[in-house]
Structures are given as C-alpha cells and as structure tokens.
Design a protein around this ligand. Structure first.
Ligand SMILES: *Cc1c(COP(=O)(O)O)cnc(C)c1O
Length: 357
C-alpha cells in the first residue's frame, strides 16, 4: 500500500441538519422557510427553455449582480454572488484570512466557521459569549487576523445592535470583518449594510435560503467595498469560472424583484415566531429574544434530548447540538401556524408525560 494517506487534507466536515423525507413530517430542523418561493419564481420555471442549458452561464451572473446592487442601493462592483452564502463565506475566508494572527468568532455560533478555518489552515480563536449569549465587545478589540460575526447569531437567535458592531469595527480597521446576515430579514433593526459606505473592510453576507424560500436553489451574496469584492472575485475565478447556473440567476432575479411577497412571508414567519415564544414561555422554556426564523430554547425540567426524541417519534424534527454549553437547548425553526400549533401540542404532551402528570 502506498503512503498517499500521509498527505491527505484531514478534516472533520460540517454536519448539516438531516433531511428526512416523510409524507407527514413537520420539519423544523434546518431553518428553511415554510412558504414556497415567490409566484414570480414559478413563472420563470414554467417559461424556462431547456435549450438554454446547453450553453455555459454568464461567469459574472450580471443580471443577478445588478438586481442585488439595485435592491441594496450599491454599485454593481460592490456585489459578489455565490452558490449559497456558504460558498460566499468560504471564498471570503480563503481571500481575507491569511494572517498569522488568529481570526476571532464566538464560541457559540454557526458551526461552519471553525470547519473552514481548519480546511484553509487559518489560525482561529473562539471567544466565549456571556451567560445571555451576547458578545463581550471588548474581547474583540485586541490584535487578530479578522472577525466573523453572525448577526443575528445562530443558533442563539440573538441580535447584536449595529452600534455595538460599529464599535467593534472601529477597533478593527486593519483586518476584514465579516458580518453573516443569514437571518437579518426576520429582525426589526435590520441589516448593517450601511456600514459598507464608511468602512472598506466590512463584508456583509446574505442568503436567499431563509427569507426568500430558496434553500434548494443555492444563492447567496456579499456586499462590500470594490476592493474587497474584486479580491474575492480573483479567488473565485481561480477555481470555478461558472459558479451560478443559468437557472439560479433567473430565479434569483425573480425572487429579489417580488418585494411584496417577500414582506408578506417574512411577516407571517415573524408573527408565528412571536406566538411560539409565548407558548414556549407558558410551557416552562427559557430562551433569548430571537430575531430569526427559529427559537433556541431550554426547558426548566425536561432534558432537551428527551423532547428531541419525543418529537422525532411523532415525525416532528427540531435541531439538537451535543456541544458544551448548549447541549440542553433545542433549536426550533418556525413553520406555518398550523405546524407550530402541532409542535406545541406534542411538546406539551411530552412535558406532561415526563413530569408524571
Ligand atoms: C443557513 C446559514 C448560512 C448558509 O446559508 P446558505 O444556504 O449556504 O446560503 C450561513 N450562515 C448562517 C449563520 C446560516 O444559518
């Protein structure tokens, strides 16, 4: 046997939530949107001529890039598009984090960050969040190789005010600061994208997977200064020159242009979230005030694992992480009103059974 194994890039991959496929399931485990994408997306699919698929797509996905630029009031050169925001984030890590200093991100956050750091051999340090899952901003003021901040954070749901982010930015002008806004459309205060006008080192990353119901299409984007975006494009085109499919470009434009539908579905998710919070509090759960399309909750008596298994037996899927500090929490994605009522009923039953009532 040869020794090729000695030279493998060994890596523990990120583990996404499972994708079960049961006809009666209620799927609240991967923060997908319970509503279909905009009817304008349906129209694109109905009219799509398969003959177009013979041809390579536009390498720069110009139509989509321009739609995103228009929507966000920035220049076309300030927009980067990718195959989901995971792709955008991975390219950003590769492009910007080449210092000997460690990059910093919270200990409880999107669990892909440490995987990319390992994959690209970037030194990193995970900074503990406080007891309420908030960032201690002074912890990010020292020398470092860059910052990654999910806002609102996942899986905690906590939103960090834009003032606090700006204060962190002011102390970090020699490195790139990535703000991952996967859930920002479900928050009241909204995006930190205006910081891009004043700081040429901040990169705002967003996705179509959650608020625009297109997780299956894989579309994400970043907004930043021209120099940041140009550097990312150089890396991008050094390993894949046609990242976006023709279809995803068309679908992305259609989804971005249906503002009314977007607002309506986000509104429905937010009101179901607020209802779910009230019910969870009634059932004895504690949680931070989530600004996302999920709630991250722990029960006062019943272990998270017990609730997780009990729900699973009823084909209701939520997410449980066996990670220190959060092993007694469940991350519950917000579904339709009906799905959330079922979830609450079954959870109440599990709690009653456990407490021997
Ligand atoms: C879902 C998610 C992403 C990735 O979304 P894509 O589907 O790859 O666009 C990125 N960051 C966070 C924090 C997420 O929760």
């Amino acid at each position: 046997m040869g020794n090729w194994r000695d030279n493998l890039r060994k890596i523990q991959p990120y583990v996404p939530g499972e994708q079960p496929d049961l006809p009666d399931m209620i799927k609240l485990n991967t923060n997908e949107n319970p509503y279909p994408p905009s009817p304008k997306v349906r129209k694109v699919l109905d009219r799509y001529r398969e003959d177009m698929l013979r041809l390579y797509p536009d390498p720069a996905s110009e139509k989509l890039t321009q739609a995103i630029a228009r929507y966000n009031g920035v220049e076309r050169e300030q927009v980067f598009v990718g195959v989901g925001s995971d792709d955008v984030l991975a390219i950003a890590f590769m492009t910007f984090f080449n210092s000997k200093q460690p990059i910093l991100f919270p200990d409880i956050t999107y669990s892909f960050y440490d995987v990319w750091a390992e994959l690209f051999q970037i030194p990193y340090r995970q900074i503990p969040l406080d007891e309420d899952f908030r960032m201690v901003k002074e912890d990010y003021f020292g020398e470092n190789g860059g910052l990654v901040i999910a806002n609102p954070n996942a899986p905690t749901g906590v939103y960090q005010g834009i003032d606090a982010l700006e204060e962190i930015l002011r102390h970090n002008q020699d490195v790139v600061v990535i703000i991952d806004e996967a859930y920002v459309d479900f928050s009241q205060e909204g995006s930190a994208k205006d910081l891009v006008e004043r700081y040429d080192n901040v990169l705002i990353v967003q996705t179509y997977s959650k608020s625009r119901s297109l997780a299956g299409m894989r579309i994400g984007h970043a907004i930043g200064s021209r120099d940041l975006i140009a550097a990312m494009n150089d890396v991008r085109f050094s390993f894949n020159s046609y990242p976006m499919t023709r279809l995803s470009t068309e679908v992305g434009v259609a989804a971005m242009e249906d503002e009314e539908y977007f607002r309506e579905t986000c509104g429905k998710v937010v009101s179901a979230r607020e209802w779910t919070k009230k019910e969870l509090a009634r059932l004895g759960f504690a949680f931070q005030d989530s600004m996302t399309n999920f709630v991250f909750a722990t029960h006062e008596t019943v272990p998270a694992q017990v609730i997780y298994e009990g729900l699973r037996a009823k084909h209701i899927f939520v997410r449980h992480f066996s990670t220190p500090r959060i092993e007694n929490y469940l991350r519950i994605s917000i579904g339709t009103d009906r799905e959330m009522r079922r979830f609450v009923e079954e959870t109440e039953r599990i709690i009653e059974d456990y407490c021997g009532m």
